[in-house]
Design a protein around this ligand. Structure first.
Ligand SMILES: [Zn+2]
Length: 415
């Protein structure tokens, strides 16, 4: 079960773009860059769209078969917890244990004491290869980190053991995710989170921290890029250190839950991966559905009509659609175009307004974010939407593949 050095979280809302996504990975292979595809879908997404985890397995298997992919691939139970893991057991072989809700629940006093005592050896100026000035660590700081994260890591341990009991062959990948929280985790926190993960006996293969800055859904990074890139490099250094110190899996790597399209940090990520000869897992699945809308719009006629209808309905249910994503979107409602205005657009205008090309004058990040969270509308349109996907599948597939390869894989892994 080799996830490989580079892996890419694909997967799409409606399960129609498996092959189009895999094609982007195959294009990378032609450039001698090997990437393992991972089809991911969260419980939240399944609930909103009314799909089940077996649908994702079926999509991945079908894509692999259709394109003759003979290398590894995975199906990720994304952001699961003890409450909902069971329904993912049969069809998944990658589990993203989401324990963000447990962050900040104070640790058991004895556990905390034992943890602080055990890691006293790191107090002072800790030398970590790849971090020039080292990490300065105090006893108080370790105590604080224990209080903030020990309960969460123990919760991850519980979920991991639950999965391991149901999959005794142990043939699955474990990711620990803490990204859906307000506060970013510093490299020092990452170090002790990894220590706790090793103590808990979790063979973590990927770890998804919350990075500094805003990772809004479907739009570019908002934050201090140079700070991000410094922390990202320090995280890579800390992971190398932790693997050696704590006996974690050699292949442990960072997982970026990008919320899609963080173009402005791709360059520093690419540079850091080269500098540290590091691996990476990145999830950017969400925008595939926007590429479907762009494809429909580009097709014109009834395709364009369907895309416009999705927008009209999404705008009329703004609060309901944005609610579940409130912390990861910034939409200026007043700046959104009226449905009447959008009805007057031709294919090009609709596609250019939605497509994530920041140098295009028509591009509108408000419009894009609303449609990004508006997939529930398409799910409710049911056959009307799915039939449109079938009818216009060629133009859509082309958009999906090109988006993943040109805008993501190339700048992150090739450049
Ligand atoms: Zn996430």
């Amino acid at each position: 079960m080799d996830l490989g050095k580079y892996s890419f979280g694909v997967g799409d809302r409606f399960g129609h773009q498996g092959a189009a996504q895999l094609n982007a990975i195959i294009q990378a292979q032609a450039q001698n860059v090997n990437i393992t595809p991972v089809w991911n879908k969260s419980h939240r997404e399944h609930t909103i769209i009314k799909t089940v985890p077996a649908d994702v397995r079926a999509e991945a298997d079908a894509a692999v078969k259709a394109l003759g992919w003979d290398k590894a691939y995975f199906v990720d139970a994304d952001h699961i917890g003890l409450k909902n893991v069971d329904m993912f057991i049969d069809s998944s072989d990658f589990f993203t244990l989401d324990v963000a809700d447990f962050i900040g629940q104070p640790a058991d006093e004895n556990d905390k004491k034992a943890f602080v005592y055990k890691y006293q050896r790191y107090v002072g100026l800790l030398n970590v290869a790849g971090i020039d000035e080292g990490l300065s660590i105090t006893t108080e700081q370790i105590g604080k980190i224990a209080d903030k994260f020990l309960t969460a890591v123990k919760a991850a341990g519980k979920i991991y053991r639950h999965i391991a009991a149901a999959k005794p062959q142990g043939d699955f990948i474990t990711e620990v995710s803490m990204d859906e929280t307000d506060q970013p985790q510093s490299p020092v926190e990452m170090l002790f989170i990894l220590a706790a993960i090793a103590d808990e006996g979790i063979p973590g293969r990927t770890i998804a921290p919350k990075f500094t800055g805003r990772f809004n859904k479907g739009v570019d990074y908002v934050g201090d890029v140079s700070r991000f890139s410094r922390e990202f490099e320090e995280d890579l250094a800390v992971i190398d250190f932790a693997v050696a110190e704590f006996g974690l899996p050699q292949s442990l790597k960072l997982s970026i839950h990008s919320g899609s399209d963080k173009f402005s940090i791709y360059k520093p990520i690419n540079a850091a991966l080269k500098k540290f000869d590091a691996g990476l897992h990145i999830k950017t699945a969400g925008t595939t559905w926007l590429e479907e809308l762009i494809g429909l719009a580009s097709a014109g006629g009834d395709g364009l009509k369907t895309a416009k209808k999705v927008y009209r309905l999404a705008l009329s249910r703004f609060d309901e659609l944005c609610g579940p994503y409130a912390t990861v979107i910034d939409i200026n409602k007043d700046a959104l175009p009226t449905p009447e205005k959008v009805d007057g657009w031709d294919s090009e205008e609709f596609a250019n307004t939605l497509r994530h090309n920041q140098s295009c004058e028509s591009y509108d990040h408000n419009f894009r974010q609303l449609l990004h969270v508006g997939y529930k509308i398409a799910a409710e349109m049911d056959a009307e939407y799915l039939d449109a996907l079938e009818k216009h599948k060629d133009v859509i597939a082309q958009n999906v593949t090109e988006n993943i390869y040109e805008r993501h894989i190339k700048p992150i892994f090739i450049a």
